[in-house]
Design a protein around this ligand. Structure first.
Ligand code: HEC
Ligand code: HEC
Length: 350
């Protein structure tokens, strides 16, 4: 899946134009009323085995914010995925887990997950939202919850007993916890930035000349990976952060996608994150190494570290932007800010 194999992919502009024509969807709208499908987005990739229902989504939302989900009853999913931060956590490597031991990867923002169908986590180590939640729930350094205990705890709450019955017509089971969490997370759609309004021609929204200059640069240099109006291809690339990828430490964690595929071309490749709502999601990259967007732009401009698996979409010596170009890219990235997402009354704590 590494970028190296994707050389045939069209240039950013073509992808962007394709995205603009993507109003059509292969899923009948009547079956997806709970996931908003913005006119400038491609079709979402929903799980036919876990169709969204109002009851399931409401239950998932309740669970997402409930500290009962952790072994010590002090940590919820939202402890590391805070809506005010676009469902990220504002620190490089969180130590919010049950043991207080810092994790080795940065908590990603949760945005437009209904479109993510090529694996979750920075290395794609989890197949889908239904199985993903098991990882933090059980991980010792995260929520460290025993699933039998979890069912007992939730069963002691009458609201949950009726909530699971309404959503799944059954008793509480760990599988339904995962399904409800997945349903809620699929409703988390962010598509109301100034850029969105501009491309959808809403509210007479216009971008400044500087922002438009940035948009062109992003289409040319960035959208081979941060593609479509989702601003991610959900694929795995080495974007030149490191020259080497030590395989010995932490079970190969620093080898990126290679740890999952054992394909040498995936050495140092990580999943492309979206460029949406970066205003709320610092620090950046899989280990949170950059605290500002300026540092990110400087990386792509002159900080690229070459290696055998560096993506062919990134020049070995970086893009070498002028100061003005850097400013333009930054200005454009700001237009992807959707502040309403962070306070959406359907997404915040119930
Ligand atoms: C202690 C902090 C912490 C808690 C609690 C936590 N997460 Fe995460 N979450 C992370 C980190 C760190 C990652 C990235 C892990 C990786 O890529 O290896 C992540 C990744 C994810 C992803 C993948 C996103 C993507 O785009 O690939 C999803 C979805 C997610 N978490 C949902 C949840 C849910 C649901 C819960 C509650 C059951 C939860 N998280 C609890 C820290 C946390
Ligand atoms: C070869 C594909 C590719 C290209 C081209 C590319 N990126 Fe990235 N981008 C990635 C990947 C992969 C990551 C995550 C890398 C990691 O964490 O190890 C990333 C991460 C980022 C992040 C951090 C986001 C976050 O939530 O942590 C930003 C911001 C970003 N890129 C902006 C840009 C800009 C601006 C350009 C154009 C100048 C660009 N990228 C070009 C693949 C690419």
């Amino acid at each position: 899946m590494a970028g190296i194999k994707n050389t045939a992919r069209a240039a950013g502009l073509a992808l962007w134009l394709a995205a603009c024509n993507a109003g059509k969807t292969d899923i009948p709208p009547a079956e997806t009323p709970l996931v908003r499908i913005p006119a400038n987005f491609p079709s979402p990739r929903l799980n036919a085995d876990n169709p969204l229902t109002p009851e399931g989504v409401a239950l998932g939302r309740q669970l997402f914010y409930d500290k009962r989900l952790s072994g010590n009853n002090r940590i919820a999913c939202a402890s590391c995925h805070d809506p005010a931060k676009s469902f990220s956590d504002g620190v490089a490597l969180t130590s919010a887990g049950v043991t207080g031991t810092p994790l080795l990867r940065h908590s990603p923002a949760l945005i437009n997950l209904a479109w993510a169908n090529t694996g979750l986590f920075w290395d794609g180590g989890s197949t889908n939202l239904e199985s993903q939640a098991l990882a933090p729930l059980r991980a010792e350094d995260e929520m460290h919850q025993d699933l039998v205990e979890l069912v007992e705890e939730l069963s002691a709450v009458p609201d949950y007993v009726s909530g699971f019955r309404k959503a799944f017509n059954d008793d509480i089971r760990p599988g339904y916890v995962m399904m409800a969490l997945a349903q809620f997370q699929r409703t988390l759609v962010s598509a109301d930035s100034r850029y969105d309004k501009f491309v959808r021609r809403e509210d007479d929204e216009d971008l400044s000349p500087m922002e438009k200059e940035g948009l062109l640069l992003v289409r040319q240099k960035c959208q081979s990976c941060h593609s479509t109006d989702l601003f991610t291809d959900f694929l795995y690339h080495n974007n030149g952060l490191d020259p080497v990828f030590p395989a010995e430490s932490y079970d190969g964690l620093y080898t990126g996608r290679y740890r999952i595929t054992y394909d040498r071309q995936d050495m140092g490749a990580y999943k492309t994150p979206t460029l949406r709502n970066l205003k709320f999601t610092a620090p950046f990259m899989h280990d949170g190494r950059f605290s500002t967007l300026k540092q990110v732009i400087d990386h792509y401009s002159e900080g690229v570290r070459s290696s055998e698996t560096l993506s062919p979409f990134i020049p070995e010596n970086g893009f070498r932007f002028s100061e003005r170009e850097k400013e333009a890219v930054l200005a454009f990235l700001e237009t992807l800010t959707d502040a309403a997402y962070t306070v959406n009354p359907g997404f915040t704590a119930p």
